[in-house]
Design a protein around this ligand. Structure first.
Ligand SMILES: [Ca+2]
Length: 448
């Protein structure tokens, strides 16, 4: 969906009104301005740039995410820090390139990485907000360490229910290595239910219990990451290592659509809870994905998929919503990364990050609420054998020893390699890339 289509799309719907209605009867609180607004970060898993209605999906219905875009700000140039799960989450949690915390790849359920995790010495946004008097909760996927020593409870979260691996069976909650993986803080506490619905349920419960104090709710959803299972599909992973029925062929697309739509329904219920409690004007809500879609989803006009540094691997849907602060129906073309949310949340909460902590991300608050431009900057990605650099419209994509150059303003799909025509630009971005690689490698803390 391009800018003109989005404006038409916004005009076609009532601003900020979700299609669903969960029986709200309480009016908006008059206490519109607060020093410590609530913060809700909702992140989908492997949701692509073309998988959402307001980003042009015709197959998947997402009325609630679309309503957030109509009532808030839609990002056209938002990126996860990495085209896979764990590094994106490390950057989001720490506000810094994941290279600094040493989480450069997926922490797998099988193999030696299972013993690793994000160093406890890292400062997370949850720790900063907690010090500012926020109650902090995470419900859903952690994926920054399996062992209890790496549990979210050790990284500033007061409450955690969910799973620590990259994915669980949506019904049996067994991880990819056959372990039960459903936790309440540092204990395994089994719970019945469809993963997406449980994440929504715990999110709502958290908001209701903490409505009278500042809260930060992080809801990292599983949808639409595999295993591809809708609410009524059978479990695929059974106890004792037994295998159930696996979704295959055309059934995957049916399940994928349902998985996104159930998540969207849950987002609607979260927003409705905030609204019913009169908290809408003092709650910042941000929705995004953690990397691009696989071939089972859609990255719209973008090239590539999850795992690659083509735009389809990391340019993802993102929407910010805050009535009274963010103007309804706006679109931003600013280039934003997931690591920017840390500085933004700190700014919203009115707290400075601890002295000595240098964030790589920037504060988006002025851009969100006052239409201010972000400072010019050069941004970097590195994953396996690929590296990428962004500076304005220019993107350098380094694959092995080959450098490709694209102007994304004219060529969003990365079809016309301009490296030969613009050798000066290639050289400049290559130089910035090597300087960055040297700089981030200096402070790496590996934990095993
Ligand atoms: Ca992911």
């Amino acid at each position: 969906m391009n800018r003109r289509e989005f404006i038409k799309f916004v005009a076609g719907g009532a601003a900020a009104v979700a299609v669903t209605n969960y029986g709200c009867s309480v009016g908006e609180s008059s206490k519109a301005i607060t020093k410590r607004p609530n913060i809700i970060i909702i992140m989908a898993d492997d949701l692509g740039y073309g998988d959402v209605g307001c980003y042009g999906s015709k197959k998947i219905q997402t009325p609630n995410i679309d309503a957030l875009a109509r009532g808030g700000m839609k990002f056209t140039d938002y990126h996860s820090n990495c085209p896979v799960c764990s590094p994106t989450r490390a950057a989001l949690l720490t506000g810094r390139y994941q290279q600094r915390s040493g989480i450069e790849g997926v922490i797998y359920a099988k193999g030696p990485t299972r013993q690793t995790g994000i160093a406890l010495e890292e400062t997370t946004f949850a720790e900063v907000l907690k010090k500012r008097g926020y109650v902090t909760g995470i419900f859903g996927k952690w994926h920054l360490g399996y062992n209890v020593e790496f549990n979210p409870a050790k990284q500033g979260f007061d409450e955690f229910v969910g799973y620590v691996s990259g994915n669980v069976d949506y019904h049996s909650h067994i991880d990819g290595a056959g372990f039960d993986d459903w936790w309440k803080n540092c204990e395994k506490v089994p719970e019945e239910g469809y993963c997406t619905d449980l994440i929504t349920k715990h999110g709502i419960d958290f908001i209701e219990r903490h409505k009278d104090e500042p809260f930060c709710l992080y809801l990292p959803h599983e949808a639409p990451h595999y295993p591809y299972q809708g609410r009524d599909d059978p479990p695929e992973r059974l106890s004792g290592g037994r295998k159930g029925k696996k979704t295959k062929g055309d059934e995957i697309l049916r399940a994928y659509k349902e998985m996104v739509e159930v998540m969207d329904e849950g987002i609607g219920r979260i927003v409705e809870t905030v609204r019913c409690l009169g908290l809408e004007r003092k709650t910042f809500i941000f929705f995004c994905s953690d990397n691009g879609a696989t071939k089972n989803g859609s990255n719209g006009a973008l090239s590539g998929y999850k795992g690659s540094l083509w735009e389809g691997g990391h340019r993802v849907p993102a929407v910010a919503y805050w009535p009274g602060r963010i103007k309804a129906g706006t679109i931003t073309d600013e280039t934003v990364l997931g690591m920017d949310l840390f500085a933004t949340m700190a700014s919203i909460a009115g707290v400075k990050p601890p002295a000595g902590l240098r964030l790589d991300g920037v504060d988006l608050l002025g851009m969100l609420t006052e239409d201010r431009k972000l400072p010019e900057r050069t941004l970097f990605w590195r994953y396996r054998k690929e590296k990428a650099v962004r500076k304005g419209p220019w993107k350098l994509l380094v694959q092995g020893n080959q450098s490709k150059l694209y102007n994304l303003d004219d060529d969003l799909s990365e079809k016309r390699n301009l490296a030969k025509a613009r050798p000066g630009m290639v050289k400049q971005l290559e130089d910035e890339l090597s300087a960055w690689e040297q700089e981030v490698s200096a402070g790496v803390k590996l934990r095993a």
